[in-house]
Design a protein around this ligand. Structure first.
Ligand code: PMP
Length: 256
């Protein structure tokens, strides 16, 4: 299991939400993490303090530990916890001003009853295959559809569109990771009077969207202005996307 967590202005952003997701994921794969959430939280805080970084990224990894050949998880009895603290830069600053191009991938997001996308495990082959398609198309991200052909999420981000003034994003039943940034954006929309619904979206909804943006711990809120070569809106980051991105960047630093 793993988590990617941001440090903003010396504080661990959404610490509890990330740890809750990690422990839920571990529970889903029957991995007993040998520390309480509080102990893990204190350890993270100590590592951040020792790193001396006031802005950065925490990669927290929990594995089942060393084992034997074969796939039986009972062969690994001593979990390992790895905490890496580093700088992070996902996209160049121009991407946030100008927006970016993405594709929809031919790679279907994992079925929730096979390898549930809600589990944040290091099994990212499904995402990597879609990412390869994005690389080949010369774009930075790929939007993956689910087994029903509906929009799920990107390889490492959640997807939002704006249509007629309303923000729309696929619900968690579509087979997505329940992004901490996604949830933060949903709550910010609610508190700032921006209409938002979770609904099933088809590729068609992407093509006719007025605006589109992606959310993720690393990417934060990044505007999308082209999907499969089609221009979204007027080809520039839209006003609602810009407002949400600005509000998010203030919120993470405790300024709103
Ligand atoms: N979907 C996937 C597949 C991801 O890997 C991530 C995290 N990088 C996200 C969505 C966004 O989640 P969060 O906002 O919690 O970083």
């Amino acid at each position: 299991m793993f988590e990617g967590i941001r440090i903003y202005a010396g504080k661990i952003f959404k610490n509890h939400e990330h740890l809750k997701r990690l422990y839920d994921s571990a529970r889903a794969i029957r991995l007993a993490i040998p520390f309480s959430i509080d102990q893990m939280s204190q350890t993270l805080a100590a590592c951040v303090e020792r790193s001396g970084m006031s802005d950065g990224y925490i990669r927290l990894v929990v594995t089942r530990g060393a084992g034997d050949l074969g796939i039986d998880p009972r062969k690994s009895v001593k979990p390992s916890v790895i905490i890496i603290i580093d700088k992070i830069n996902i996209y160049p600053p121009a991407t946030y001003d100008e927006g970016m191009a993405v594709i929809t991938s031919s790679v279907i997001r994992n079925h929730p009853n096979s390898c549930p996308p809600r589990i944040k495990s290091l099994n990212y082959l499904n995402n990597v295959l879609a990412k390869i398609e994005a690389n080949d198309a010369g774009v930075a991200e790929a939007i993956m559809l689910n087994h029903n052909g509906n929009v799920a999420e990107c390889t490492a981000d959640n997807v939002f569109i704006v249509r007629d003034g309303q923000v729309q994003t696929p619900g968690t039943a579509e087979g997505i990771l329940e992004g901490v940034t996604r949830q933060t954006v949903i709550e910010l929309c609610q508190t700032h009077g921006i209409p938002l619904i979770e609904k099933t979206l088809q590729r068609h909804d992407l093509y006719i969207a007025d605006e589109c943006f992606l959310t993720g711990t690393g990417a934060e809120v990044v505007p999308v202005v082209k999907i499969d070569g089609r221009v979204i809106g007027d080809g520039k980051p839209g006003p609602i996307t810009r407002k949400i991105a600005q509000t998010y960047m203030k919120f993470v630093r405790g300024q709103v």
